[in-house]
Design a protein around this ligand. Sequence first.
Ligand code: GTR
Length: 330
Amino acid sequence: MKRRDFVKLCGSSLAVAAAGVPGMSSAQDKMVWKASDVHPLGYPTVEAVQRMGKKLEGATNGRISIQMFPSMQLGGEKEMIEQAQVGALQIARISVGAMGPVVDDLNVFNLPFIFRDEAHMRKVIDGPIGQDLLDRISNAPTSRLIVLGWMDAGTRNVYSDKPVTKPADLKGMKIRTMGNPIFVETMNAMGGNGVAMGFNELYQALQTGVVDGAENNEPTVLAQNHYQVKKVYSLTGHLIIPEIFVFSRRTWDTLSKDDQAMLKKFSREAQMEQRQLWDAMVRDAETKLKGHGVQFVKADKEAFYKATQSIRDKYGSKYATLLKRIQETA
Ligand code: GTR
């Protein structure tokens, strides 16, 4: 018996298992794409990908569906990237912070105070710069990923036990950052001690005092329960980092052109839906965090901007053309 007939005979379960193995699935096979996110069900990024799954299922009469693994069930973002690269996972939603080490050009978005505000960031990712960067990730031979689209992740602020309104307030404080040297250097320039650490280790590190604080957007502080252990959220606004959702190139290469086009179309819709869900969640998270006793503190952003000039200077020349285009985006 030919292998293809055998696969058909065994029905959907083997075909499902075969999804993601190049050469083993045909266009007719049922495919269940595994998707992963560090955030829990209900979080805007998770919700948007699940809604995309429902659309795919509807449009293909159930031939394609998405199985979501939320809440770091498949590990942190570094692990998710690796799994997507080998085709063990099809869709991974990750921060650009975690992608910088994979595709260097993206690091331009990881620099402090690069965007004037979130509206500026959205204009940049929605326009030609955003498209260029997505293409560069998809085309980079090292990435082994196809980028489906951007997602929003608001503005990152410092949270700890005490107000951080100026660089001197961070003196002697160990603040967790994402695993990318730019973030550690930025935190050091802001006056603290940056400690790179996986997101999956953070709750415990905050709880046991391995670090004195961290920095993130409001929905993350709420969804990851960090507010239970750190009660002061200082509006330092040092980073506005978008996120991306990617597809395993290994699986992508096995898809028909029609399936690829359909996935791209629904991805664009997911990008726009996530943005609406995001805006609603930021408002909701702030109210809920305050309800849980979290104090929101205004910080001297100008002082943090000046303190981090050395980081923009250090990396600025490398990304000069891109930076100029970002600044000129009105
Ligand atoms: C969140 C982001 C996650 C992860 C996390 C972190 O804002 O949504 O993807 O990157 O930050 O700090 O590791």
